[in-house]
Ligand binder design. Structure first.
Ligand SMILES: [Zn+2]
Length: 141
């Protein structure tokens, strides 16, 4: 995954996701496998994400390193890899035990999962969720 920040604090929707992806300077992002930076757009997939009490569906773009063939999905700050809940929703659920978005059993699961993590730290949450994939943070100001 390549996770980029959202410098303009856009509300998460498809239009703004595309805008953020379009603004990424891919030349500045080195492939974590081969250190080249020859990325091209490769594919896309649909993801549902809970964000500010709304469930949005975003078509996520993937890029491929032309040198070694490694692919990365492009996520925007707030989206947590392999999680339906965005970072802010995870905080709401865990801090306020807000179960409007999830089942109570899911709350129990999440409390256990994030027991040893500082849930305010977005990077830690992403690393915990990356499974076998690698994460590149590409944050600009
Ligand atoms: Zn590569």
């Amino acid at each position: 995954m390549i996770i980029t920040n959202n410098p303009n604090n856009f509300k998460l929707n498809q239009k703004n996701y595309n805008k953020i992806v379009d603004s990424i300077n891919f030349d500045s992002i080195s492939c974590d496998s081969c250190s080249h930076h020859d990325w091209t757009f490769h594919a896309s997939y649909s993801r549902k994400i809970c964000f500010l009490d709304r469930k949005v569906e975003i078509i996520i773009s993937r890029v491929i390193c032309q040198h070694c063939g490694k692919t990365h999905a492009i996520l925007v700050e707030g989206i947590v890899p392999f999680s339906l809940l965005s970072h802010s929703e995870i905080i709401d659920v865990l801090v306020f035990s807000d179960t409007t978005l999830i089942y109570p059993s899911h709350l129990f699961f999440l409390k256990f999962k994030y027991l040893d993590v500082d849930i305010s730290d977005y990077h830690s949450i992403c690393f915990l969720n990356q499974r076998s994939l690698s994460t590149i943070f590409s944050f600009s100001t």
